[in-house]
Design a protein around this ligand. Structure first.
Ligand code: PNS
Length: 190
């Protein structure tokens, strides 16, 4: 029987860390279904269609391309996992902070559905510091992310973050302001 894993996430954008996890996940599963969460609460840099296209472009030519599919889901992850008859959820763990984030999520998923298991793979050492948000931070600040994301992603990130007017406004960490700071003390006194 073919074993299928759902690999859920925001993928805003996909990184080499994700690809590393997929490649290693395929040692356990026959097929991996990348499932992009359509989460209205988050403000992604790339639209859902862009993210799907970017994932497909990144997979092109990979030796495991035929074993990976891309989809999107809304609502509960466990419902989606059951809908596609997957055997498990696949997630990656980098540092302790990841564990703190993943632990309640996996327990909640098990609480919602006992039949859905989550399988965690430790990140590859080369990818342990890569995250979509740190990649965006580096690009917006003019740094190089070659080798950390697939080539089509590097290009797209530069186009979006360095050329687009208003780029980076969805980034939570870096705030660039040219406005004169308000006189805070004066404001408090008045
Ligand atoms: O890559 P991310 O953003 O860390 O992925 C988070 C994701 C998509 C796995 C998580 O937010 C999720 O499962 N969302 C679906 C909603 C859901 O099922 N919530 C209950 C479990 S916490």
């Amino acid at each position: 029987m073919n074993k299928l894993a759902v690999f859920p996430g925001s993928f805003d954008p996909i990184t080499n860390g994700h690809l590393d996890l997929i490649e290693r996940g395929l040692k356990v599963f026959d097929k991996i279904l990348i499932a992009i969460s359509i989460n209205a609460g988050k403000k992604p840099l790339f639209t859902l269609d862009e993210r799907i296209g970017m994932i497909k472009a990144s997979l092109k030519g990979c030796i495991f391309e035929s074993c990976v599919e891309v989809d999107a889901f809304d609502g509960l992850l466990v419902d989606y996992v059951k809908k596609v008859h997957a055997n498990a959820i696949l997630r990656g763990l980098r540092a302790i902070s990841d564990f703190e984030y993943e632990f309640p999520m996996s327990l909640m998923n098990r609480n919602l559905s006992e039949e859905v298991e989550t399988l965690f793979l430790m990140t590859g050492l080369r990818c342990s510091y890569i995250s979509s948000s740190i990649i965006k931070d580096v690009v917006v600040a003019g740094g190089c992310v070659a080798g950390l994301v697939p080539e089509p992603i590097e290009k797209k990130l530069k186009e979006r973050l360095l050329n687009d007017v208003g780029a980076g406004q969805n980034l939570p960490r870096i705030v660039v302001s040219h406005a004169k700071p308000e006189p805070v003390l004066h404001k408090l006194a008045s």
